[in-house]
Design a protein around this ligand. Structure first.
Ligand code: GLC
Length: 572
């Protein structure tokens, strides 16, 4: 028995927009490669590694913020949206990088951070000096405090990073910041704000940027009419498009304007929303009249479990069919514990509505990474999950270092941690630095080849054995698994169809893609018989008749007349 799922386009369609099934590789620039040796990755560092990116076989890079920033939140506190942080390079370096990537057939997506600026941004500095009642303050959200002298915040709202969501300035007013203190929220009802972001989009699109990743896309517009509700009242309100601060319907007025601008370009510039919203509301962001695509973080929150994976795939293919966009798939990014590590730790348990009961890996990180982690098992499951993901219809978003099989770094001394979630949560969370540690390119050297100098976050010794140079010539390495998978994916990919095959087992998933290839994942802990098919690629051991435990195979479809056997380079 087979179950067909969706979608458009169902047949091979060479004219489908490039992004629909692109493999997008996320670069966190400060931790990718450091050309000048100051310990912070830079644009010239990325430029020096374009050959590596081309050999990996990706379609696009997404650059996390490289703009001027005092790094209160890893660069997501932007002080100038139309420039490059001098520590990372210049606009000329940026142009050279885009040029070099394009020459290698790699498109470029940049991060846009519209919910908040840095408190170093010229607008915020003007707002501080101009004082209460000034038009400069109107671009942000300033309010008087409560209590006899206004010494209490306007409300008891809490920031996403912990602690109060309001900060008091010298003259006694308070400003709203849903993230760090250094990230004042913009007022999206202000025409200057709207106009300035359109200018920013054009600035980068004119420089050849192919698309935008929109940070915290669900929080820009707000209804802050007085009286402001208390936290309890706010939390009790439905998030149905009318909530005062989350996922409001009117945010799509902003994106409709952006979409019109992006569509002026040929080809139209893409945008993908980072929107943490209810599944039923994701299509609003992904629709062709809004941003056009939205992240789906469901796999990232799933355990390594066949039932959960299948539900996630079915739900998200149905959602993308509703929006007309393609689905996105993510296992790791700069905000979460790396998936090799998550899958090596006990599952966090589930709430009644099926969400993880806790941030996966949080307890382990808090304990300094001692005990519990199954290093080899985590990587085995991560490789299987990745090969499963890369077989799905839609775009795959990969995070730098996952192709090396990197684990999370847990043992970063408190005084070296940079993520504001660490201090703002009062140590409740240790933050996200563990997935942002600079990449190891070589097994020796001051920062394992990251640069000629040190690394801005400490690299543990074990990273040496994960270095690119160590993996280059090892056919069983994670790097070569990713390379081979991306190359094969290019050869095999056609439409966005997916057809489930019945495996008769709850722990094995199998699906077919347009008669060209099948993907079978054994999520269980025992080998299972392989029910036909010729193995093209394996995430683990290569066997003819069984799918080993916790392993994904890519298979040539079962044909009556056998096709010549391919000879996969990756055999482990
Ligand atoms: C997004 C980013 C995250 C950042 C936050 C605030 O969630 O992915 O890294 O801290 O927005 O800008």
């Amino acid at each position: 028995m087979t179950t067909a799922a969706r979608t458009q386009p169902t047949t091979e369609d060479a004219s489908a927009p490039w992004w629909r099934q692109a493999v997008v590789y996320q670069i966190y620039p400060r931790s990718f490669a450091d050309a000048d040796g100051d310990g912070l990755g830079d644009l010239r560092g990325i430029l020096s590694r374009v050959d590596y990116l081309a050999a990996l076989g990706i379609d696009a890079v997404w650059l996390s913020p490289f703009y001027p920033s005092k790094l209160a939140d890893g660069g997501y506190d932007v002080s100038d949206y139309r420039d490059v942080d001098p520590r990372l390079g210049t606009l000329t370096d940026f142009d050279a990088l885009v040029d070099r990537l394009h020459t290698n057939g790699i498109r470029v997506v940049v991060d846009i951070v519209p919910n908040h600026t840095s408190d170093d941004h010229a607008w915020f500095q003007q707002a501080l000096t101009a004082g209460r009642g000034s038009s400069a303050r109107e671009r942000y959200v300033f309010r008087e405090g409560t209590g006899p002298d206004g010494e209490q915040p306007p409300t008891d709202w809490v920031s996403m990073f912990g602690g109060p969501a309001w900060e008091r300035v010298a003259d006694g007013q308070w400003y709203l910041h849903h993230f760090a203190v250094e990230q004042p929220d913009l007022n999206w009802a202000h025409p200057d704000v709207r106009a300035d972001f359109v200018r920013t989009l054009r600035f980068w699109a004119d420089r050849g940027v192919d698309g935008f990743r929109v940070d915290v896309a669900h929080m820009l517009t707000k209804d802050l009419s007085e009286p402001l509700p208390s936290k309890a009242a706010l939390d009790a309100l439905p998030i149905d498009g009318t909530h005062p601060v989350l996922d409001r319907d009117d945010v799509h007025d902003v994106y409709a304007e952006w979409r019109a601008v992006l569509n002026e370009y040929d080809p139209p510039r893409t945008a993908v929303a980072e929107a943490w919203v209810a599944p039923s509301r994701v299509p609003l962001y992904a629709s062709a009249t809004s941003l056009g695509q939205a992240f789906n973080f469901d796999l990232l929150e799933a355990d390594f479990d066949a039932g959960q994976f299948r539900t996630v795939v079915e739900n998200n293919l149905a959602l993308s069919a509703r929006s007309g966009s393609s689905s996105t798939w993510v296992l790791s990014n700069h905000d979460v514990v790396r998936h090799a590590t998550r899958y090596g730790l006990p599952a966090p348990g589930r709430t009644p509505d099926g969400r993880p009961a806790n941030r996966h890996g949080r307890e382990w990180l808090l304990g300094g990474g001692v005990g519990d982690l199954d290093v080899a098992g985590g990587l085995r499951r991560a490789r299987a999950a990745t090969l499963f993901l890369l077989g799905l219809p839609g775009s795959a978003y990969l995070y730098q270092g996952e192709e090396l099989g990197l684990h999370e770094v847990a043992d970063i001394p408190d005084e070296l941690r940079q993520d504001p979630t660490h201090t703002r949560s009062g140590g409740f969370d240790v933050g996200r630095d563990g997935c942002r540690v600079p990449l190891p390119w070589a097994s020796a050297g001051p920062s394992f080849g990251f640069g000629p100098g040190p690394a801005h976050l400490p690299q543990p010794g074990w990273m040496a054995s994960y270095a690119v140079a160590e993996q280059e010539d090892d056919p069983a390495s994670s790097l070569n698994l990713y390379r081979r998978a991306l190359q094969l994916r290019r050869e095999l990919l056609a439409g966005e169809d997916l057809e489930w095959r019945d495996t008769g087992r709850p722990d094995v998933l199998r699906f077919a893609r347009h008669g060209r290839w099948e993907v079978v994942t054994n999520f269980g802990t025992a080998d299972v018989p392989l029910d036909g098919g010729e193995v093209l690629l394996s995430s683990g051991a290569m066997r003819r008749d069984v799918v080993p435990a916790e392993t994904t195979f890519w298979l040539a479809p079962r044909l009556s007349a056998r096709t010549p056997q391919r000879d996969p380079e990756v055999r482990t």
